[in-house]
Design a binder for this molecule. Structure first.
Ligand code: ADP
Ligand code: MG
Length: 403
């Protein structure tokens, strides 16, 4: 059996018209002889009737009264609705299909409700479905514990469902269908000139995803990488083949890009915190980072200096972080409303002048750099959020990513 996994995101399922496109992709691959596992997200985006945030609004006025276990029962509904709707649509088009919850499809997780980790995928039910000749439609973003309790996988969960099923079934490929033409050089909602990448490696895409490119979840990419299963990210609304993610060298020549920089990503909503030792205070760095860890505040963009440290936290954690530091006797300075912009490229390693060009691009656009850091494959700059879009555009142009 040649197995293909297709995953359709929220906007791809939101309307009757969108679902027509979905059917076309399913029918085409079925006609090519693939056994199909179709993973679906909840329909639509924020505000749509069965979108995940809409489901949450139904209990918003009850405060925190719903335990994580029951909250997952609510969160899992959106994908189950999509599953049933798509099965009905497929059958009406004469395509045999069966629907499965994540649990029924064999996605077994631990019991961390709300952000469960997949511990095992039991493929028997899926194999049986495929052997019957049915398209297996599976609710993404969810699994079940050993005790058959429904769990959800956290942010980007449907991407993870798709690659985990692909890995367990040794699928030929996992296709992630979304509302853009692949993985682009930057978020097209901000940089209209952004261009789809043709072929990229797992590590680079994982890096872009971690730095904020929301088109695919990093965990999903890691799973595909470990299983060596190629991924394709492509649009539901066109026949373009989008972006192929693979480390297979035979595809290397098909990429027309020979650039030091692959893409630019961003994360908004971060606060920069600077804290310095005062008279008599020792071990400032140790105290600072231990206290952040103790309070579950995740820190990023850390620059340690002899007398202190500068780092970032999410805006939502900023107030708590400041309180914690003040309790320790420090007088921290917090700048909220910042954004981290990442310039990413496996090809920048050892190439001189990349930082110079970043500084040049931003100073030409009169954008102050609040902080910066670099690794072999990424250069990060922190800017004010109101400068973020201009910074992305300026860098995109400077590195000629539109060409
Ligand atoms: P889905 O519901 O299909 O999972 P997502 O909203 O999760 O869709 O992901 C698609 C969105 O990701 C696009 O609409 C785009 O705005 C955003 N995005 C951010 N960075 C990138 C990028 N580098 N390439 C493509 N899309 C990106
Ligand atoms: Mg998504």
């Amino acid at each position: 059996m040649r197995i293909l996994v297709q995953k359709f995101g929220g906007t791809s399922l939101a309307t009757e018209q969108a679902r027509e496109f979905v059917i076309r992709h399913i029918a085409r691959e079925r006609d090519r002889g693939y056994a199909l596992v179709v993973v679906v997200s909840a329909m639509g985006r924020e505000g749509d009737p069965y979108a995940t945030d809409t489901l949450l609004k139904m209990i918003a006025s009850n405060g925190d009264s719903l335990p994580a276990r029951e909250k997952d029962l609510l969160l899992g509904c959106g994908e189950i609705i999509s599953t049933a709707v798509l099965v009905s649509k497929l059958r009406s088009e004469g395509i045999n299909a069966s629907g499965l919850t994540g649990g029924a499809a064999g996605v077994i997780t631990d019991s961390t409700f709300g952000s469960a980790r997949i511990v095992e995928v039991r493929t028997e039910a899926l194999i049986e479905t495929l052997q019957r000749g049915d398209v297996a439609v599976v609710a993404g973003f969810q699994g079940r514990t050993e005790n058959s309790e429904l769990t959800t996988l956290g942010r980007g969960g449907s991407d993870t469902s798709a690659t985990a099923l692909g890995a367990a079934l040794r699928a030929e490929r996992v296709d992630i269908y979304t509302d853009v033409n692949g993985i682009l050089t930057a978020d097209p909602r901000i940089v209209s000139e952004a261009k789809p990448l043709t072929v990229v490696g797992y590590a680079e895409i994982c890096n872009m995803a971690r730095q904020g490119a929301k088109v695919i979840h990093p965990r999903a990419v890691e799973i595909a990488q470990q299983a060596r299963i190629p991924l394709r990210v492509r649009s539901t609304f066109s026949e373009d083949e989008g972006t192929l993610v693979t480390d297979d060298r035979t595809f290397a020549g098909t990429s027309v890009r020979d650039k030091h920089v692959t893409g630019i990503a961003h994360v908004a909503g971060v606060t920069q915190i600077s804290v310095y030792a005062r008279e008599g205070q020792v071990d400032v760095q140790l105290q600072v980072f231990q206290s952040m860890a103790r309070h579950g505040i995740s820190v990023d963009f850390i620059n340690v200096t002899p007398g202190g440290a500068v780092y970032t936290v999410f805006d939502r954690d900023a107030e708590k972080a400041v309180q914690v530091l003040e309790k320790l006797g420090y007088i921290p300075n917090a700048v909220s409303g910042c954004a981290k912009v990442s310039v990413i490229g496996g090809g920048m390693n050892g190439v001189p002048g990349i930082m110079a060009r970043i500084v040049e691009a931003l100073s030409e656009a009169s954008i102050p750099i609040l902080q910066s850091a670099d690794s072999n494959t990424t250069i990060w700059v922190l800017v004010r959020q109101e400068n973020m879009a201009d910074a992305l555009r300026a860098l995109h142009t400077k590195f000629e990513l539109h060409l």
